[in-house]
Design a protein around this ligand. Structure first.
Ligand code: FE2
Length: 205
């Protein structure tokens, strides 16, 4: 997340239909080309007249919202979060035929904190179901480096609270409504079929 102004929407690291049947092509096209693109465009618009903040990275903006002028702070929070959260979301998914269970340091830390990979998935699902309205569920590490499951509203990002995001589950309806309608639990089960645990594990370092 080291890019800075003008921000760009990176292409998906796989085809739009690569996550079928778990996440459908139509959702992926809309989610990437419309929703993420809008966050990118809005963030660029907000920073266009503020050259003093154009060198800041996405992470830097999210971690330093207090230093931004009042008139753009809320917009930058929502749109920098929207860009960061969506790039992170798309980059951690992989076609189901490539699925591999977590291993290495991530598995070890998961077993220590939650007991097992299945227990972590259950925690994440519970958290994702608990989000009222639009938001995200996360696996993060806290200041002690311990794994935690947290939720955020809208496009807030755990970096703003001093936590390091490791995995994100987007539970905005736009992430699943076309295929799963209002059945968020089914979307979450399908999401777990296409998660790239190796990518998630890399975020620990
Ligand atoms: Fe989204």
């Amino acid at each position: 997340m080291n890019q800075n102004y003008p921000f760009v929407n990176p292409p998906l690291p796989y085809d739009y239909d690569a996550l079928e049947p778990y996440i459908d092509t139509g959702t992926m096209i809309l989610h990437h080309d419309a929703h993420l693109q809008t966050y990118v465009d809005n963030l660029n618009k907000l920073l266009r007249d503020y050259p003093q903040f154009q060198m800041m990275t996405l992470t830097g903006l999210i971690q330093n919202l207090d230093s931004l002028p009042y008139e753009i702070a809320e917009g930058v929070k929502n749109n920098a979060g929207g860009v960061y959260n969506h790039i992170m979301y798309f980059n951690q998914l992989t076609p189901a035929e490539n699925y591999k269970e977590m291993d290495g340091k991530l598995l070890e830390m998961t077993q220590q904190r939650f007991g097992s990979a299945d227990a972590l998935r259950a925690e994440l699902k519970k958290a994702a179901l608990s989000v009222f309205g639009s938001g995200n569920a996360w696996l993060v590490t806290d200041r002690n480096g311990t794994l935690q499951v947290v939720t955020t509203k809208n496009q807030d990002n755990p970096f703003a609270s001093g936590l390091r995001p490791i995995l994100i589950i987007d539970v905005w309806e736009h992430a699943y409504y076309l295929k799963h309608y209002n059945k968020r639990a089914e979307y979450i089960d399908d999401f777990f079929q296409v998660i790239d645990w190796e990518k998630v594990g890399e975020r620990l370092s």
